[in-house]
Ligand binder design. Structure first.
Ligand code: SAH
Length: 340
C-alpha cells in the first residue's frame, strides 16, 4: 500500500493529481469553499482559545490542491494577527501536488511569512501547533488480520504461479500487537485492519499538542472501532477497482479506525474529542448560515450549486455520516462542533 501510493516514480500520488470530476475521486474542500472556510474559523477559534500564541505552526498534512488551506486562510482574514503569527507548513509527498499547492498557496500568503513544504511531520519545527488533515489518514498503509478457526493470521500479498500479485496468509507480524484487545472476541471469518503509521502519526500530533499547545482536526471516512470487515479498497475513475490490479494506477484507501487514533493521541496527555459525524460538525459550525449568505449574493445557477454542495457534504447516507471528525486539543473545553 505504501509503495503503490507513495513510490517516487511509480506511486499513485507521485505521478498525478487524482482529484476532481476528471480524476479518481472528489473531496469535501473540492466540493465547496464552505468546507475550508469553516475549518479556517475552527482553527482561528482554537488559536484564540490557546491564548493567541505568536508565532505558531499551522500544519496541513496531504493538502491536495491547496484548496482547503486557501479557503481557510481567506476566512481567517477576519483576524489579521492570526495570519501574521502563522508559520504555514505543508506536508506533502507528491511533487505533482506540491506544484499545485504552490500555485494556490503562494498567492494566498502574499505579504506573509512564505509557506514551507516538508516530506514528513517530523520535519516541522516544535512549537504551538494548529493542524488539519482531510482524507490523509485513509491513505496510510494498513495490515489485515483474519480470524480463522485455527486463530489469527495476517493477510499478505504474494505472487501466484504466473507471477501476478495474489492474496496469501502468513503468521501475524508485529503490527498484531496494536489491535484493539476487544477485537480478539470477534468470530472466525472476521478481518481487522490496523495502521501502525496512522497510530504513530496520531501519537506524534498528540505529543506536539501536549508539549506546545494547540489543536488538531482530523477528518476522514471511518468509524469509532473496526467492524470486523475489511475496508481496503481501490478506486479508479470514481469506480471500485481490484486492489491487486495495476498497482500505482488506482487510489488505495482503508477506513480510519478513529478509536485507535484517539487512544494513541490520548496516551500523550492531549485531550481527544469525538469522533463526530461530518454532518454534525459542519452544521454546528454554521454551514447552513454560510450557505444562505452565499446564496443571497449568487445567481440562480450558483444558488443551485451551493444547495447541491450543501446536500452532498451533509448527506446522511453519504459523506455526512461516512466521514467523521476527531479533534485533539491542549485544553479541557470541547472545541467548536464537538460539544453535545
Ligand atoms: N486533503 C486534500 C487531499 C486529499 S488526497 C483534500 O481534502 O482535497 C490525499 C493527499 O495526501 C494528497 O495530497 C497526497 O499526495 C497526500 N499524501 C498521501 N500520502 C501521504 C503521506 N504519507 N504524507 C504526506 N502526504 C501524503
Amino acid at each position: 500500500m505504501r509503495e503503490t501510493l507513495g513510490h517516487p516514480t511509480h506511486g499513485y500520488y507521485a505521478t498525478r493529481d487524482p482529484l476532481g470530476a476528471a480524476g479518481d475521486f472528489i473531496t469535501a474542500p473540492e466540493i465547496s469553499q464552505m468546507f475550508g472556510e469553516l475549518v479556517g474559523l475552527w482553527l482561528l477559534f482554537n488559536w484564540l482559545g490557546a491564548g493567541s500564541p505568536d508565532p505558531f505552526n499551522l500544519v496541513e498534512l496531504g493538502p491536495g490542491r491547496g484548496t482547503l488551506m486557501a479557503d481557510a486562510l481567506r476566512a481567517a482574514r477576519v483576524r489579521p494577527a492570526f495570519l501574521e503569527a502563522m508559520r504555514l507548513h505543508l506536508v506533502e509527498t507528491s511533487p505533482v501536488l506540491r506544484d499545485r499547492q504552490q500555485e494556490t498557496l503562494l498567492p494566498a500568503t502574499a505579504g506573509l511569512e512564505p509557506p514551507q513544504w516538508h516530506e514528513a511531520l517530523a520535519d516541522v519545527p516544535d512549537g504551538p501547533l494548529l493542524f488539519v488533515a482531510n482524507e490523509l489518514f485513509d491513505a496510510l498503509p494498513v495490515h489485515q488480520f483474519e480470524r480463522s478457526d485455527a486463530g489469527w493470521r495476517e493477510r499478505a500479498v504474494g505472487l501466484d504461479a504466473k507471477g501476478a500479485p495474489a492474496w496469501c496468509h502468513v503468521p501475524p507480524g508485529s503490527a498484531f500487537a496494536l489491535i484493539d484487545p476487544g477485537m480478539h472476541a470477534l468470530p472466525p471469518g472476521s478481518i481487522v485492519e490496523v495502521s501502525p503509521a496512522a497510530i504513530a502519526l496520531a501519537g506524534e500530533i498528540g505529543r506536539r499538542i501536549a508539549d506546545g499547545g494547540g489543536a488538531a482536526l482530523i477528518v476522514d471516512y471511518g468509524s469509532a472501532r473496526p467492524t470486523g470487515r475489511p475496508t481496503l479498497q481501490a478506486v479508479r475513475g470514481h469506480r471500485r477497482h481490484d486492489p491487486l490490479e495495476a498497482p500505482g494506477a488506482a487510489d488505495l484507501t482503508a477506513h480510519v479506525d478513529f478509536g485507535a487514533l484517539a487512544r494513541a493521541a490520548g496516551e500523550t496527555g492531549a485531550a481527544v474529542w469525538g469522533p463526530v459525524a461530518q454532518r454534525d460538525l459542519l452544521q454546528r459550525l454554521g454551514i447552513r448560515e454560510r450557505a444562505n449568505q452565499l446564496a443571497a449574493e449568487a445567481t440562480p445557477a450558483q444558488a443551485a450549486d451551493i444547495d447541491a454542495a450543501l446536500a452532498r457534504l451533509l448527506d446522511e447516507n453519504g459523506m455526512g455520516s461516512l466521514f467523521q471528525a476527531l479533534a485533539i486539543t491542549g485544553g479541557d473545553t470541547p472545541p467548536p462542533g464537538f460539544a453535545g
